[in-house]
Design a protein around this ligand. Structure first.
Ligand code: 0O2
Length: 202
């Protein structure tokens, strides 16, 4: 793939990620004023590096061309949302579903069904409208919604196992997956306490 064309394509993803970020920051303020606390704690974004795109294309055995890239790699532009309480994930998801110009095209629920590794999050693949040559085009972005506990685990595990070149021992790998289960259990317990407290108030 030629450098200039590739950079132009990446600019479109960057434009879409920025537009999505802008909308999500507005949503953060809206949720804060509605629920009287920071339902969305942090929002971050990234564009996948060329090497990481190449690795994913190779891993999934796609022939290297733009059509395959655009059609099959859903997370070239990625936005991550972290929230304090497990139930916030679904409040945020519902709010995104109600956003006017964002189209949801795919959902992955790793909350009710965590991955084998222990990874837990709610993923939305969305399409964001941007201006391109006087036209409106829709660009795909991935939104990962997870609690701060899930985010803490995934960030550490990403470095130690998921994307590490150094292999972990079987025992340490088992431990990582077990720690995800413990955190998940704590997340559920905190969410239950919060729900009880809300019931008493209302
Ligand atoms: P990176 O470096 O974070 O960008 P598919 O639907 O199978 O065609 P994909 O994207 O492989 O496509 O699906 P999946 O499994 O839902 O993974 C999407 C992203 O979720 C990953 O992107 C990770 O960011 C995150 N993720 C998934 N599984 C794990 C896991 O076990 N540990 C951690 N820490 N993160 C995970 P990338 O591109 O694989 O990686």
């Amino acid at each position: 793939m030629r450098d200039r064309e590739f950079n132009k394509l990446m600019n479109l993803y960057e434009k879409a990620a920025n537009k999505l970020l802008e909308e999500l920051y507005m949503l953060k303020e809206y949720l804060k004023s509605t629920y009287d606390y920071d339902v969305i704690n942090t929002i971050s974004s990234r564009i996948k590096t060329p090497q990481s795109i190449l690795n994913k294309m190779n891993k999934k055995k796609y022939k290297l061309n733009y059509k395959n890239l655009i059609q099959n790699i859903d997370d070239i532009a990625g936005v991550r949302i972290a929230c304090p309480i497990k139930s916030d994930i679904f409040t945020i998801k519902r709010a995104i579903e109600n956003m006017e110009d964002i189209r949801i095209i795919k959902e992955k629920d790793y909350i009710s069904q965590p991955k084998e590794s222990g990874y837990s999050a709610y993923h939305l693949i969305v399409e964001v409208p941007i201006e391109f040559k006087d036209k409106e085009i829709y660009v795909k972005c991935e939104i990962q919604i997870r609690t701060m506990a899930m985010d803490f685990w995934a960030t550490a595990e990403h470095k130690m196992r998921y994307k590490s070149k150094k292999k972990l021992s079987w025992f340490d790998s088992q431990k990582l997956s077990w720690y995800a289960k413990i955190l998940n259990m704590l997340d559920t317990k905190l969410s239950t306490i919060y729900a009880k407290q809300e019931e008493n108030i209302n």
